[in-house]
Design a protein around this ligand. Sequence first.
Ligand code: MG
Length: 379
Amino acid sequence: MKSIIIAGGTGTIGDNALSLIRRYPDDYRLAGFSAHQNIEKAASIIAEFQPDFVAIPDEGRAASLRELLSDPCEILTGEAAIDEMVIRPCDLVVAAIVGMAGLSSTVAAVNAGQTIALANKESLVSAGHLVMPLVAQCGARLIPVDSEHNAIHQCLQGHDRSEVTKITLTASGGPFLHHTMAELADVTRQDALAHPNWVMGAKISIDSATMMNKGLELIEAAHLFSATADELDAIIHPQSLMHGMVDFIDGSVIAHMATADMKLPLAYAFGDTKRLVSGVSVLDLVKQGQLEFLSIDEEKFKSYKLAKQVIDAEAKAGVILNAANEVAVMAFLQDKVGFLAIADLVDQALNTHFDGEAGSLEAVFDLDHAVREFTTKHL
Ligand code: MG
């Protein structure tokens, strides 16, 4: 029986991880999870899965949850609750908190030498230069569960990194693939949230619409697979059936294909290279018909272009890119700025001098804070 801890248990990734535990009750059990706001959902997860502990950072919400529970469950609370939870003994930590908010607990889990199913890309974008050496130092393991990175991880099995010449991620192109710049200026939050192929949370849905998501994923891939910008590429594949491909020195290209469903990468992480029945529907290529591949229009999707430039830049550029983007996306979700302003705000932050380097986690958090203040002021 393998025990699982989920940081970010009430989100979309949490749902998919819980569905796997539900499918394999004799093989996996939920040891604990965290919830940020959704206390009712946390209570229903506790009732169904009977975990040993739950982390609710907000003390008021922790108290509300306590009142909802009929079964005993230890409640960790306070600012460091999730960091304390992910270092507890378990077989796998699912790191599914969205954004920079996930960095602290990811680092705590790494420090504790855990095996981590990493869904939080922002922690590598901001601090991959610190996290990756720490992974090696602490004997931790990162299993990527971002679908594209999991695809690459699968393609690389049994191969030496020196045999690889190129790593390519695919992008659906999001809901605005065929929009003109003029049309992009007027898109609404609802338009941007309507992703054609994937069911995801709000932040990543907006990132997919701007294609910042693919840029963040290239930076994530650079860290995960020790790749330079020259070795990395992304192409648009609107059907989202091929998730990633690896070119090898002999001219072979190994690609990973599957129906777009986050249960699959999570199942691969749960099985740890052993394949599990995931509940993902069978891929029928004949029924699907044509598969398309297109290059990314970097003028239209400026966020993608900006992120790409960060790959080989100094480490602090990743912090600036991510912090400005998180603030700009939140502002767009609150109807405070238009869609095209998201990339402009990121561009402005990247072209501004911020004091300090990103040489330590503390420095990363300080820089992140400064960029958030700056971007908020310029909304
Ligand atoms: Mg992805």
